[in-house]
Design a protein around this ligand. Structure first.
Ligand code: KIV
Ligand code: ZN
Length: 378
C-alpha cells in the first residue's frame, strides 16, 4: 500500500509571521475553510497567547472546521498552554502545539536554561497540555542545530509525557537534504512507531522543499508548510510544491486536492498582501508561460516536450505563450489567430518578420493586439 503523508498547514501561524502580514479572524476563518477543503490534515490557526485578537481568531477557526484538526501554538509556559487549550475548546479535533528551543544556542542564549531544565519543561508542558486535549504535538525548535543525543532525549520526554507527534524544525533553514533526512531517520528510529515524526523546514538556503522531501524519504509521516511558501524570513516549505513532488514522483499519497492550488495561492496572496513572484513554481504567472521559439514549437507539437507539470494539475488555466524576439513562426501565427486574425500559410514569414522588428524595437514582449494589428496589416 502507498504511504500516506499528513499535511500540517501553518499558513495562518508561521505564514502570518511573514514580515508585514496580518490575518484578522474573519480572514483566518475563510482561509482555514479553504485549507480544510484543500486537504490539510491539520490547520494551525495561530498563537493564542500572543494577543487577544489571535486567541479569538483561533477560537473562530476551531468553531468553523469540521474535518481537519485545528492546532494552536504554545511555548512551554502554563499560560500559553491554557490559552491554546481555551481557544481550541470549540474544535472537534484540537491539537495543542507545544514548542521549546532545544539547541544549545537557544538554550544558552535565548532561554538561559540548562538541558536538564529543558527536559523537565518539555515533560511538564506536554503533560499539562495532555490534561486538556488528546492530541499534543511537541516541536523541538532549532532541532537541526541541536546535539543529536540531546534531541532524542527531548523527543522521548515529549512522547513519554503523551505527545503523539514530534516535530523537528529546521528553524533557521541551515540544513542540507542529507543532513535533515539523517536527523529525521535517527529520531524516528529512536521513538516508538506510534509517534508521528513531522518535518518543518525554512527556506533560508532555498532548500525547504528539498529538505521536506528528504524527511519524507527518511520516515517523516507529517510535513508542515505554508501556501506560496509564506513564513518567517525566506519562508517555509510551500505546501503546493511538496504535495506536487510527492504526487508526480509517486513518493506518497497526500490527500491534497492539488487542482485547487492555483486558486488557493491567489486567495492567500490577496489576503496576505504578498504577491506571488512570477517565476514561482506551480503558482507563479510564468509557471506555464513559454517564451522561446524552440519551446513554443515543442509545446505546439506536444506539451510534454517542455512541461513536466501540466497546468491542470494545479488548476491553472492552461499554458500561455508570450511573443518576443526569441519566438518562432508557429507561435506568432497561433497568437495572431487567437487574437482574431488567421494568417495564410504563405504570409506567415512576413508577419513573423514584422513581429520580430516590433519585438526588437520594444526590447520585450509584443502583446496580442499588436500582433493582430501587424498580421492584419500584412
Ligand atoms: O520554525 C520553527 O521552529 C517553528 C516552530 C514554532 C515549530 O515555526
Ligand atoms: Zn517555522
Amino acid at each position: 500500500m502507498e504511504r500516506e503523508i499528513r499535511f500540517f498547514d501553518t499558513t495562518l501561524r508561521d505564514g502570518e509571521q511573514t514580515p508585514g502580514v496580518h490575518f484578522d479572524a474573519e480572514t483566518k476563518v475563510t482561509l482555514a475553510r479553504r485549507l480544510e477543503d484543500f486537504g490539510a490534515a491539520v490547520v494551525e490557526a495561530g498563537f493564542p497567547a500572543s494577543s487577544p485578537g489571535d486567541a479569538e481568531a483561533v477560537r473562530r477557526v476551531a468553531e468553523a472546521l469540521e474535518r481537519a484538526e485545528v492546532a494552536a501554538l504554545a511555548r512551554c509556559h502554563a499560560g500559553d498552554i491554557d490559552a491554546a487549550a481555551e481557544a481550541l475548546a470549540p474544535a472537534r479535533r484540537p491539537v495543542v502545539h507545544v514548542v521549546l528551543g532545544v539547541s544549545d544556542i537557544h538554550l544558552a542564549k535565548k532561554l538561559r536554561m540548562s538541558r536538564a531544565a529543558a527536559v523537565r519543561a518539555i515533560a511538564e508542558s506536554v503533560t499539562r497540555a495532555r490534561r486538556r486535549v488528546e492530541r499534543v504535538q511537541f516541536s523541538a525548535e532549532d532541532a537541526s542545530r541541536a546535539d543529536p543525543v540531546f534531541l532524542r532525549q527531548c523527543a522521548q520526554a515529549a512522547a513519554d509525557a503523551g505527545a503523539s507527534r514530534v516535530n523537528l524544525p529546521d528553524t533557521v533553514g541551515c540544513a542540507l537534504p542529507e543532513e535533515y533526512g539523517a536527523m529525521i531517520a535517527d529520531v524516528a528510529a529512536f521513538l516508538d512507531r506510534s509517534v508521528i515524526v513531522s518535518a518543518h523546514c525554512h527556506n533560508d538556503l532555498g532548500l525547504a522543499t528539498a529538505n521536506t522531501l528528504a524527511a519524507v524519504r527518511a520516515g517523516a509521516r507529517q510535513v508542515e508548510g505554508c501556501v506560496n511558501g509564506l513564513g518567517e524570513r525566506a519562508g517555509n516549505a510551500a505546501v503546493e510544491e511538496v504535495a506536487a513532488a510527492l504526487r508526480l514522483k509517486r513518493i506518497a499519497a497526500t490527500g491534497i486536492r492539488l487542482e485547487q492550488a492555483a486558486e488557493l495561492s491567489r486567495l492567500v496572496a490577496e489576503a496576505a498582501g504578498v504577491p506571488v513572484q512570477p517565476n514561482r513554481a506551480l503558482v507563479g504567472a510564468n509557471a506555464f508561460t513559454h517564451s522561446s521559439g524552440i519551446h513554443q514549437d515543442g509545446l505546439l507539437k506536444d506539451p510534454e516536450t517542455y512541461e513536466f507539470v501540466s497546468p491542470a494539475l494545479v488548476g491553472a488555466p492552461g499554458h500561455r505563450f508570450v511573443i518576443t524576439a526569441r519566438s518562432g513562426r508557429a507561435a506568432v501565427a497561433r497568437e495572431a489567430a487567437r487574437a482574431g486574425v488567421n494568417v495564410a500559410p504563405g504570409d506567415v514569414d512576413r508577419v513573423y518578420r514584422a513581429v520580430l522588428r516590433a519585438a526588437d524595437a520594444r526590447g520585450g514582449a509584443v502583446d496580442p493586439e499588436e500582433i493582430a494589428r501587424i498580421a492584419a496589416g500584412v
